[in-house]
Design a protein around this ligand. Sequence first.
Ligand SMILES: [Cu+2]
Length: 444
Amino acid sequence: MTNRRAFFQAAGATMLGAAAVSRVGAAALPEAAMQASPTMQPPPAPPNGRPFNPIVTLNGWSLPWRMKDGIKEFHLVAEPVVREIAPGMKANLWGYNGQSPGPTIEAVEGDRIRIFVTNKLPEVTSVHWHGILVPSGMDGVSGLTQPPIAAGKTFVYEFVLQRSGTFMYHPHADEMTQMAMGMMGFWVTHPKDPKFMPVDRDFVFLLNAYDIDPGSATPKIMTMLDFNLWNWNSRVFPGIDPLVVRHHDRVRIRIGNLTMTNHPIHLHGHEFEVTGTDGGWVPKSARWPEVTTDIAVGQMRAIEFVANAEGDWAFHCHKSHHTMNAMGHNVPTMIGVDQRAAAKKILDLVPDYMAMGERGMAEMGAMEMPLPDNTLPMMTGAGQFGPIEMGGMFSVVKVRAGLARNDYRDPGWYRHPAGTVAYEWQGDAPVASRVETTQGETKK
Ligand SMILES: [Cu+2]
């Protein structure tokens, strides 16, 4: 297996020299780069072809290509994978090239693309290029535009990228099963002119959902709506990468929804504009400021903002049950119920029994409950001030001064300036000079 970094080191500026393709011998197939880790791999600048500003996939990577006779050749392998959803839980999914979601594919407007798709699944598949303008026969709808790709076979897709934007790829064969199992990936077509709508940091992730019973590892594929794990790139909080940006950076975040419900995605501390959809870029005159944008099923939204406020800013789906991990949905509401007498009786029979919920569910975030193997707590994650009580679709935009240009490493928790943190009132008069502005600076 070749991870992306080793792959680029080995391949150097020429990409895929003779050594790198030796695994497939003399065959014409390009190397299928594999990724064994869910750790974010910020991509290097493109080694050949038209220049572009690479994007960063949360907990993911971008697929290397080889240039052959002026055509960019990629190799996707559809196969069963094991994905770490967050530390403490791994899922048996289907994906591409070792991970779910598959690698992000990046190319440039005007590029001629050839994609080899090898099917290592136990059933047929196909790949649909969501939002990309392709000849009808390259659209990947099995039965309608092509025969299904049988297990063990490799198909070739070829098209020219007609417009820049943010797209997705996913099967159009036994879709409900294959998407419930995690088969999907992002596609970014960069503009031919690298100065078109430039940003300093450009992130992508997919919204996806699984139904995995506590104590198990394989999604229930017949679930229609009642999923229990709400993911960004097949990761849940606290397994989702923070979005680390420099103070004053112009930031783009591209989000695609391949779940079965909509997700109102909310950013704290900043206002943003939707600048792109899977149909293309939004003209300036058609944009308006928002702090939440609803992303419907099958949609993609690119949002942009200037990171003008330092801090740790929550960034999450606003459906509160989507910021929780697997939970029993049939738990009765216990707020206000005194369970002490009943709990004592049950404890005689079940020593591990824990009465829950009579003061709300926050106590779930702090307590150490016995959990089945391979199961995440419902609410988890700790910040510098205590339990964050979140799971699922939640991360943190960390705005920091003084970061290096390509430094995406977690800088730790924000060091708040003195006098700018909410505090317990202890009878003193509040200090009148502590007035926060929206810029995070203190005014007298
Ligand atoms: Cu949601």
